[in-house]
Write a protein that binds this ligand. Structure first.
Ligand code: PA5
Length: 469
């Protein structure tokens, strides 16, 4: 099971100014956290509550239908292009980066055993898209368009281009049809209409599952299955951890603990939450987490409609790389951060460093040790230095990077985020703060009905007018 070590957050380890008096906190907040965990799970099926992501690990029919499609198309495609953005892309990308060979796209076809290379298009940068089209053979490419709303300009513009190119390549929309698979809302939205009109295969983003909590729906599981990841193991991992996370006893529930600790550190003047996996394979988990934490918790209004402007700022770091980048700031900069490390206990490959320079004392100590020993030593050293410098930090330990534990890791962070939202008394499942810029983009791109915002979008309006939008 995934493990959580919070000892380096305590006053015993980082001192009374920067640490938390854990025993007092367990006693003081036990009842509140019990209520919040109970409320979260009790409301998971509420219509309009956006918590049905809590059910995804149990949806065996979902995994089966995805696997059936993946088995059916296996061997037909050399490349999978995933079009999506935000919650419709970051989780799937993190999943493939973690669970496939680290240089999967460079493997010869035989080593990929008929499974496709993968490419995520999550930007509307013409250079990126042109570059991708330059290297793709569209005749053997499958495009997975992922958008719950079906209106996201970034995703839909890329789809419009890819669809046109596919039709050009195959000569007709009918002939190109099997090269597109959609993931979208079950009943509404433009992509759903297109699926019905053009007969595209389409998977669902279930009702009441929002983008950034959708990685374990078809949003993440379809690209995973298409690239050969065992998605049933992911679900099994989630189910096994869920039994722990449903525990209403704060002392026994690590996601509730970290939600609470993060919340208390925020109140105590540490608004920055750093996530730092010591793993190349888990580096993209940081990007996924940054979106989850930021978009869920950064809010203007609380649930009572009061203006609060809350939200911890997530910062992404990767061990060991960031030891030579951000760790100077982490150790000596302002006391405004709390850290969550992710450590992998057993890597797939340890790899021994050869004893290449036995007579050079500055290098000889490295000889005959494994890269895993070095990585772990660097992790422990960085953690110890932060602790000595009174920087509170916690560690999530993943036994190994497999579908089972990957499911647990992301699910843990989802539950933690939902509970943190409850502590901040905001709605972690909406994102009203992204709407204004979207409307401005519509105005600048000439969408009908948004003409009145053109001047303002160009920066011509004053603050009072903007606030009134
Ligand atoms: O978390 C979210 O809700 C967002 O990041 C969305 O996933 C993102 O905006 C993409 O939306 P859609 O899936 O509707 O294209």
């Amino acid at each position: 099971m995934l493990r959580f070590d919070y000892t380096h957050l305590s006053t015993d380890r980082v001192g009374s100014t920067h640490g938390l008096p854990l025993e007092r906190i367990f006693a003081e907040y036990g009842a509140r956290m019990e209520t919040l965990v109970r409320e979260l799970y009790a409301s998971k099926d509420d219509v309009g509550g956006w918590k049905k992501w809590l059910n995804l690990g149990y949806d065996r029919a979902l995994a089966e239908s995805i696997q059936q499609y993946a088995d059916r198309v296996r061997g037909q495609f050399t490349d999978l292009v995933v079009l999506g953005i935000g919650g419709s892309s970051l989780g799937g990308y993190a999943l493939l980066k973690a669970l496939l060979h680290p240089y999967w796209n460079n493997l010869p076809e035989a080593r990929r055993q008929g499974l496709p290379r993968f490419h995520f298009v999550e930007n509307v940068d013409g250079d990126q898209i042109h570059g991708l089209l330059d290297v793709l053979n569209l005749k053997t490419t499958l495009v997975n368009v992922i958008s719950k709303s079906g209106t996201t300009a970034e995703t839909m513009s890329a789809f419009m281009l890819l669809q046109a190119r596919l039709i050009e390549t195959f000569g007709s929309p009918e002939a190109a049809r099997d090269h597109v698979v959609l993931t979208t809302d079950a009943s509404s939205g433009i992509l759903r209409q297109l699926a019905n009109q053009h007969g595209y295969t389409a998977f669902e983003v279930p009702d009441d599952v929002g983008g950034r909590f959708s990685v374990f729906s078809a949003v993440g599981l379809l690209p995973a299955a298409l690239c050969g990841v065992n998605i049933e193991e992911i679900q099994q991992g989630i189910r096994d951890l869920d039994a722990v996370l449903q525990n209403t006893d704060l002392r026994e529930n690590p996601a509730a603990q970290n939600a609470l600790f993060q919340y208390l550190f925020y109140q105590q003047g540490k608004p920055i939450s750093v996530i730092m996996p010591y793993s190349y394979r888990l580096a993209a988990v940081s990007d996924w987490y940054v979106q989850l934490w930021a978009e869920s918790l950064g809010k203007k209004m609380d649930r009572q409609g009061r203006v609060v402007h809350v939200g911890p700022t997530p910062v992404r770091a990767v061990g060991v790389t960031d030891q030579h980048s951000q760790v100077q700031l982490f150790n000596e900069g302002p006391f405004d951060k709390v850290f969550t490390f992710i450590q992998v206990e057993t890597p797939e490959h340890t790899l021994t460093i050869p004893d290449a320079f036995p007579t050079v004392p500055d290098l000889a100590y490295l000889g005959n040790q494994s890269f895993h020993q070095l990585l772990n030593a660097e992790f422990e050293s960085t953690r110890a230095s932060l602790t000595k410098n009174m920087r509170p930090n916690a560690t999530l330990t993943v036994p190994c990077v497999t579908p089972y534990y990957f499911g647990q890791l992301l699910y843990f962070l989802e539950v933690q985020t939902a509970l943190a939202g409850a502590l901040f008394q905001i709605d972690p499942f909406d994102q009203p703060g992204v709407e204004l810029a979207k409307k401005y983009t519509y105005a600048l791109m000439g969408r009908k009905g948004y003409e009145h915002l053109v001047e303002e979008a160009r920066g011509g309006a004053n603050i009072v007018t903007s606030a009134a939008v």
